[in-house]
Structures are given as structure tokens and as C-alpha cells.
Design a protein around this ligand. Sequence first.
Ligand code: AMP
Length: 221
Amino acid sequence: MASEIRVVLLGAPGAGKGTQAKLLQEAFGAPQISTGDILRKAVADQTPLGKQAADYINRGALVPDAVIVDMVGQRLQADDCQHGFILDGFPRTIPQAESLDVLLARLRMSLNCVLSVKVPQAEIIARLSGRRTCKKCGGLFHVAFDPPKTEGVCDQCGSALIQREDDSEATIKHRLEVYENQTAPLVRYYRDRGLLRELDGVGGIDEIRKRVFAALGDLAK
Ligand code: AMP
């Protein structure tokens, strides 16, 4: 695709943001910036950031805004972001969205749009509780809806699949509450700024991919 893409994917945990972000990354050649993936890697590598974030992640709570904004600010200055980026899981609070506006203004960039992926809560719970993740390459699977060819093994890199600790039932409930209280207000924030494009996130991966591309309009032509 010729256009530069600078978008935010907004939606509850399990709405399919990561899956669609990876497809956009392939199509546009712009990086997926998943704050969840960056934090999980920092936890695995036991960096100072990881040590600070681990407890919040395991409880399904949000890592403090200042930590996240600093992390994203650095990431957006990397060379590979100069011709676009796909933000996945950030911003997640109003202060994060306000900080993103400041960061982008400083970098003389602006968002094309914000794609809000809508999925009913019952479906979210079914998706998250069956989700399996490859710790090595980030591959995503679901025990029922998108099983790997060999049970427990990543199709892409052959590593073992795990269930994320925060995909346990009690933590899922908490993450959904956090989403409703802290992240859902961003729908209005971006609607008020004329950037919001909403789409139905229920269906097959390819069906949703088509909706995502339709929502991008001219950008995807
Ligand atoms: P995710 O993979 O996007 O579901 O994120 C997993 C966890 O990482 C979240 O439950 C939070 O603990 C943390 N996290 C990811 N992104 C953010 C963010 N933008 N702000 C605060 N915490 C975040």
C-alpha cells in the first residue's frame, strides 16, 4: 500500500486488535506497536521496566500512565515509525490520549483515524479464556476458534503455546471492568475529534480484515 498509516486500534481486550494490527503491519509495512507485547517482553527479559510492570499486568491493572507514555514516546521516534505506525493497546486512558496528542504534535505527525472494534462481552470472555499465545513469536491462537495444527505448538515457529496469566477467568473480569471505566471513554474522545471509525468485530478474521480496510477508506486504496 502506498499510503502512510498512522492509526490507533481501540477495543476491549480480546476484541481482535492484535490480529488485525498484524495484518495491517503486513499490508502497509508500518510497525505494530503493541504496548502489551513490549511490556511482556520487558517482563520476560527482567528489565527495570519489566520489574515495574509485572505486578500490574498479572493483576489485570493498568501500568501507570507516565511509564507507558515514556515508553511509547521513545518507540515513536524510532526510524521504522517515520512512515507510519499501528498503535495496538495504546492509548488506554484519557491522559494517555492527551499525551499522545502532545507527542505527535512534537513529531509533526497526526493520526489518520481511530478504529474502534466492537465485540459483545460474552464473546470477549469466550475468546480470552480459550486464547493461546506463543511466548517466542507472539503468534495468536484459540483452542476452539483458531486452533494450531498441533495442539500446544505454534504453527509459525514451533515453540510451545501458553495461556497468558492474565487470561485467567478472574483477571479477565477485572480487565473488562478496567476497560469500561478507563478505556471506553476514549470512544467519545476520538468521536469528538472526528477521528473515530467504528466496526463490528464479530466474525472470521478475514471478514473483520475486510471491515477494517473498508473503514480505512482511501487510505487502503
Ligand atoms: P494487552 O496485551 O494489550 O491486553 O495488555 C496486557 C496488559 O499490559 C494490560 O492488562 C496492562 O496491564 C498492560 N498494558 C498494556 N498496554 C497498556 C497501556 N496502554 N496502559 C497501561 N497498561 C497497559
